[in-house]
Ligand binder design. Sequence first.
Ligand code: UDP
Ligand code: MG
Length: 317
Amino acid sequence: METPDISVVIPVFNERANLRPLGQRLVPALEGAGVTFEAIFIDDGSHDDSLDELRAVCAEEPRFRALSFSRNFGKEVAIAAGLDEARGRAVVIMDADLQHPPEVVAQFVEKWREGYKNIYGQRTDRATDPKMRTFFTELFYSLLEKFGDVPLPPGAGDFRLLDRQAVDALLSMRERARFNKGLYAWIGFKSIGVPFEVDARASGESKFNFTRLVRFALDGLMSFSSIPLKVWTYVGLAISIFALGMAGYYWARTMLFGVDTPGFPTLVVSIAFFSGVQLISLGVLGEYIARIFNEVKGRPLYLVAERVGGEKAKKAR
Ligand code: UDP
Ligand code: MG
């Protein structure tokens, strides 16, 4: 089996109706880009009949194959599995819902031939996203921008081409709380953005509801910034200085005007306030410890239940 130029990695979660149209657009787009390729679909524990559809699609097209997870592990992990599987000299990552136009890959390939190794699609607007989501997304990225370890290029997502060197770098990072956007930026390499317009989802709904997005944002913030941990030093310092000031004030007042005891409301309010602050900081510690625990357990990132198509027989993995 020859090494293909490009391995296309496609995470799939309940995308039955999109798989065939995607396949039909993918093949001419890649052939048009003048590369040899394979496409790897990662069925992330779909509970519609995406897997049956993948069996059919892969039976018709020998360059397509698929693996199916034992359950839903999340998009970030599905992408990691795709990178594990990919044999190409470069990998293209794209969504299964046709929001990432396969035709743009030709431009990625052009940049790749020019020597770039980390070529990301850069969305020109967020018109296809709900307003609320756009608001929180922008808030989150501006936070990461200020406090994160690595600068993330604006508008960049998972839709990108990674040279084999970049892929191998990503493969060496086996962290469980995966935040791919941070990882892509962390590895570096010669990078460039290719602007593209995000299409509306071909069929079905976004799999990221509000709670999932919040978890995702927390993973991002905690994996790529230690500011949630460090901020308490400053909060604590500010509160201590304030408390010292108060001590001085009460000392002076007692010396000047004698003893005057009523202080009940201030006492109650400050006890409640400082217990709150302490619990929040403990909670943040807890979040990090839970993550450390998760990493230390060393469980596999994902479990494969089935492989479909391609060189299934030859690869007895
Ligand atoms: N996806 C996945 N696992 C999940 C959620 C999503 O593999 O748990 C896939 C999904 O099938 C799609 C891609 O990730 O191919 C992007 O998901 P979606 O379109 O729902 O997200 P959005 O475009 O709204 O960010
Ligand atoms: Mg989508």
